[in-house]
Design a protein around this ligand. Structure first.
Ligand code: FAD
Length: 367
């Protein structure tokens, strides 16, 4: 007889995997349905930056709790708390930096402003033309590959049923819940959680729900192993640069520069139009970077909605259907917001409020 799961989680990224673990710990039977490999989407190709300084003000309490979760996972996910500096190269950027970082500090992040002279002592390879900088000791990074392996191990150990290469192409509402089908298999569950990142819009449409999700095509690059050029996470006041030198010596460069493609069309492609300015900004911040070769650049899909807050809650007018994710910087808050989501589905009061997907979603500011 076909088993009927308490809940089917569509999408085996960080949001889906972490929520599945919470639900299983709460005594529910869970099936994860993943069209590729677990954590092979955004969760497996991101830059791994865990930075308070690039988090939205309203999401700061979630980022603070998120960092605590990363710290607990520690070496298993390649977590490093290095501290992070955000740089301004002119007065306009310095003004922007002060305005944004003050708001983030008021929201609870441990962010201070430091003089260019002190910064030059801490990070001697940074450009000399820096006019202002902020610092957060909690900033750092994790390794997305190790994170995927971590969640796979946990899910296996808990005995959660996970189907990889299960491309959900059809969902039917039944009296018992939902029948969720790939071209060659069907899974039945009482409840359903959409946690499919950039693909969530298409999947929710299968049960008649239209979500205002946009998928961006973020670019990340990695270098060869130069001598040590930085000790902490380096960012820019505009948010258009993140740089860190990993323990193996390679430097990972991101900043949300856009490649081309759509989630339906595959991985997306790197474009020189956006890669070159990304690398130029990196070289401007760390002049010695001009002698370092890029080994590989790639893209992945990051979902968001126009107000830049997550979708986390029950779908409007649908019994037993939920959605989680679709927020920029979702890797950082993923392990924590997934616990809240799991609690909500379990019928417990989440420790912090979720983000109703049925709210009026208007164009918001990326602060
Ligand atoms: C290049 C890049 C860099 C980033 N850098 C950072 C960063 O430095 N710090 C940070 O905090 N955040 C970063 N992010 C954002 C972060 O990676 C995402 O917010 C987070 O990983 C989203 O997790 P998720 O589980 O919601 O989605 P995903 O990890 O994308 O998982 C969704 C899963 O759904 C599956 N799926 C899709 N369609 C179907 C289907 N039909 N049937 C079954 N399964 C399906 C996909 O295969 C995928 O595995 C970055 C994102 C990208 C793309």
């Amino acid at each position: 007889m076909t088993p009927i799961y308490d809940i089917a989680v569509i999408g085996g990224g960080i949001m889906g995997c972490a929520t599945a673990l919470r639900l299983e710990a709460g005594g529910r039977t869970v099936a994860i349905l993943e069209k590729g490999d677990l954590c092979g989407g955004a969760s497996g190709v991101n830059a791994g930056t865990l930075s308070m300084q690039i988090k939205r003000v309203k999401l700061m309490p979630y980022a603070i709790k998120g960092h605590a979760e990363w710290e607990k996972m520690g070496a298993d996910v390649g977590f490093h708390k290095t501290g992070g500096y955000t740089l301004a190269f002119n007065d306009r950027e310095a003004e922007l930096l002060h305005e944004r970082m003050k708001m983030k500090r008021d929201a609870g992040a441990d962010i201070s402003f430091i003089s260019p002279e002190i910064l030059a002592e801490k990070e001697p390879y940074l450009a000399k033309k820096i006019v202002a900088a902020s610092y957060c000791p909690d900033d750092g990074y994790a390794n997305s590959l190790l994170t995927g392996q971590y969640y796979r191990r946990k899910i296996k150990d808990c005995g959660i049923h996970f189907n990889e290469q299960f491309d959900v192409t059809y969902i039917r509402s039944t009296s018992e819940g939902y029948e969720i089908s790939s071209p060659n298999k069907t899974v039945v569950a009482n409840r359903i959680l959409f946690a499919a990142g950039g693909w969530t819009k298409k999947l929710a449409a299968m049960i008649g729900v239209d979500l205002p999700i946009i998928a961006r095509v973020n670019t990340v690059s990695v270098t060869e192993r130069p001598p040590r050029l930085m000790n902490s996470v380096i960012g820019h006041a505009t948010g258009l640069l993140t740089m860190k030198q990993k323990e193996n010596g390679t430097i990972l460069i991101g900043g949300g520069w856009q490649g081309k493609g759509t989630p339906e069309g595959g991985r997306g492609t790197v474009t020189l139009d956006s890669l070159v300015p990304n690398l130029q900004l990196a070289r401007f911040a760390v002049p010695a970077f001009s002698k370092v070769r890029i080994v590989r650049s790639w893209t992945g899909f990051e979902a968001s909605v126009p107000d830049f807050y997550p979708l986390a809650g029950k779908l409007a007018n649908k019994d037993n259907a939920f959605v989680l994710g679709c927020v920029r910087g979702g890797f950082t808050i993923g392990p924590y917001i997934s616990k809240l989501m799991g609690d909500y589905i379990l019928g417990r009061e989440p420790e912090m409020p979720l983000f109703d997907p049925a709210r009026k979603i208007e164009e918001g500011k990326l602060i």
